[in-house]
Design a protein around this ligand. Structure first.
Ligand SMILES: NC(=O)C1=CN([C@@H]2O[C@H](COP(=O)(O)OP(=O)(O)OC[C@H]3O[C@@H](n4cnc5c(N)ncnc54)[C@H](OP(=O)(O)O)[C@@H]3O)[C@@H](O)[C@H]2O)[C@@H](O)CC1
Ligand SMILES: Nc1ncnc2c1ncn2[C@@H]1O[C@H](COP(=O)(O)OP(=O)(O)O)[C@@H](O)[C@H]1O
Ligand SMILES: [K+]
Length: 500
């Protein structure tokens, strides 16, 4: 069974859902959140006897911590709660949760205690959740640093404290959880930038709410279920003409490797034929490692194919710009990567031609390329990757993929997604070229545009995860190893889907 995709809401959306659900929620949402956290904690503490430490903060995240503590106390488990604020200033529900903890016989320490000799069974971070407003400093920062230094499992309630739930930025310092239990739905900051490094294993507890019924989800996580419609087994009577022609354009002098890698990826993704159009007049006439690739001059290759990807190793001279102009004038689906993006960033006429195109355009920038397109700094892009990808899609009226861990996809219809596959083995030259080739390969097979983008981005990361699981990486994983893993996965998924 393919797992269905989960919705993602920025904090404002979560707040809307909470406000709508809260008045009628019985038991109250904080009770549900505390209980759900306790259930998850029990799973983490199997084989770990002893006390657990819960650090509670001054808002409702702290309230969840008090509820969780009470459950363990009532179950006869030793719990130590640390809270450095003023209980009189706790917001309503959190105050009630503290009172219930106190009334159950719970004790609250005003500072972090020393760890027992056998260590804590579990360290729980209930300091800040979606209400984090500014960088953490002072005593809370000291607490987080001290908690991060403790051995054993560390669980965050809702959001690792210090992590911005919307962007995945660390504000000052952040708790590094081995497990995070998040409520109602996923938030973007848990899935991109520094989010995954701080969340550890991430579990969503919906608190018995159907978030989508309160507020249609603006974003979704990428899952194979979203493109499984395309998993069609091949007929015995199939022939290459059914699987389309992909065209890759690039390879200025000394940069031929990039389009060849993309071409190999397009083949492994199943394209019937792959044309690679190289700009370098002295480029080899054949790829001896992959002789199936049909190498042409760039000009010649442009007249072939159902899907064109242009950019890998393209260069930025007038020849490159002219080829890009021709590609933009074609009526095929077009993937723009690398130097094609840089050319567009520098030339309003090319940018205009991309924006006005009728056939689909896919932009696949890494953060520095996105920054050139948006005329800002890479840092500004990374400060809010979701806003950046949505803005790119809007400005160019195109599909956009902002690469990096937790790649984001935005469609011109406003829908956005975050991909969770992939690992740091992919932080190596040529990985982006492979993604470009996969996109061209799936588009050549006439996958609908959204399915092709989501599918390519997910497969790309999942292939790297497969290599990682086999011990091939993260150190030393190379881009040319990825296409074979893509082929294995795609065939497995199609076969599994049709056995169900
Ligand atoms: N609402 C609900 O129905 C449900 C909510 N739930 C739970 O509540 C959480 C949200 O609760 P929340 O809104 O109270 O925010 P929270 O994350 O506890 O932090 C706010 C507090 O921190 C303070 N503060 C902020 N930044 C700071 C900083 N840098 N350094 C120091 N202080 C800082 C801020 O103070 P202020 O900014 O006002 O000075 C305020 O006191 C949510 O993540 C989930 O766990 C669940 O129970 C499900 C139902
Ligand atoms: N740590 C990581 N986790 C997941 N994916 C990654 C990671 N590092 C890189 N990638 C992926 O690898 C690809 C790198 O692309 P790019 O930066 O264009 O590389 P190149 O230009 O060398 O081909 C992107 O798809 C990116 O999302
Ligand atoms: K937290």
């Amino acid at each position: 069974m393919l797992q269905s995709s989960q919705p993602i809401y920025p904090v404002a959306g979560i707040r809307t859902i909470e406000t709508a659900a809260m008045p009628t929620a019985k038991p109250p949402l904080m009770e549900r959140a505390g209980r759900a956290s306790a259930e998850e904690a029990v799973r983490l503490m199997i084989d770990r006897p002893g006390a657990l430490l819960i650090a509670c903060g001054p808002g409702n995240n702290g309230g969840d911590g008090f509820v969780m503590a009470r459950h363990f106390l009532q179950a006869g488990r030793q719990v130590v709660v640390a809270f450095s604020g003023d209980t009189a200033k706790l917001p309503g529900d959190a105050k009630k949760a503290w009172e219930a903890w106190r009334d159950a016989g719970g004790e609250t320490l005003s500072d972090l205690p020393a760890a027992p000799p056998e260590g804590w069974a579990l360290v729980v971070d209930a300091l800040f959740g979606i209400g984090l407003q500014r960088p953490i400093t002072g005593r809370y920062a000291e607490w987080i640093r001290a908690l991060n230094a403790l051995p054993g499992p560390r669980m965050s309630i809702d959001v690792p404290s210090g992590l911005c739930a919307d962007t995945g930025r660390v504000l000052g310092v952040a708790f590094r959880a081995t497990h995070t239990v998040t409520f109602i739905a996923l938030k973007p900051g848990l899935l991109t930038l520094d989010g995954p490094d701080h969340c550890g294993e991430l579990v969503v507890k919906r608190l018995d709410l159907d978030a989508n019924a309160f507020l249609p989800a603006p974003g979704w996580e990428v899952r194979p279920a979203l493109f499984a419609d395309q998993f069609t087994p091949r007929r015995l009577n199939a022939h290459k003409g059914l699987f389309g022609d992909a065209v890759i354009i690039g390879g200025a002098p000394s940069m031929c490797g990039a389009p060849l890698l993309a071409g190999r990826a397009a083949l492994r993704a199943g394209a019937g034929r792959v044309f690679v159009g190289l700009l370098d007049p002295r480029a080899p006439a054949v790829d001896l490692v992959q002789p199936e690739l049909m190498i042409r001059s760039a000009e010649h290759a442009l007249s072939e194919g159902q899907a064109i990807a242009i950019g890998p190793g393209l260069g930025r001279d007038t020849v490159a710009a002219d080829l890009l102009r021709q590609a933009l004038a074609s009526d095929h689906a077009l993937v723009l990567d690398a130097d094609a993006l840089n050319l567009i960033a520098d030339d309003d006429t090319l940018a205009g031609a991309a924006t006005r195109r009728h056939a689909p355009v896919v932009l696949t920038p890494h953060p520095a390329e996105a920054a050139r397109l948006l005329k800002c700094s890479p840092d500004q892009v990374q400060q809010n990757r979701l806003d950046a990808v949505i803005e790119l899609s809007r400005r160019f009226d195109a599909h956009a993929v902002l690469k990096g861990h937790g790649s984001l996809i935005a469609h011109p219809n406003g829908r956005w997604l975050i991909n969770r596959s992939g690992n740091p083995g992919m932080s190596a030259a040529g990985m982006g070229d492979v993604l470009t080739g996969l996109l061209a390969g799936l588009l050549a097979q006439r996958w609908p545009i959204e399915a092709a983008i989501i599918g390519a981005v997910h497969l790309h990361g999942a292939a790297a995860d497969l290599l990682l699981a086999k011990g091939i990486g993260p150190i030393g994983m190379s881009a040319s190893e990825l296409p074979d893993a893509v082929r294995i996965l795609l065939n497995q998924w199609v076969a599994q889907h049709h056995r169900q």
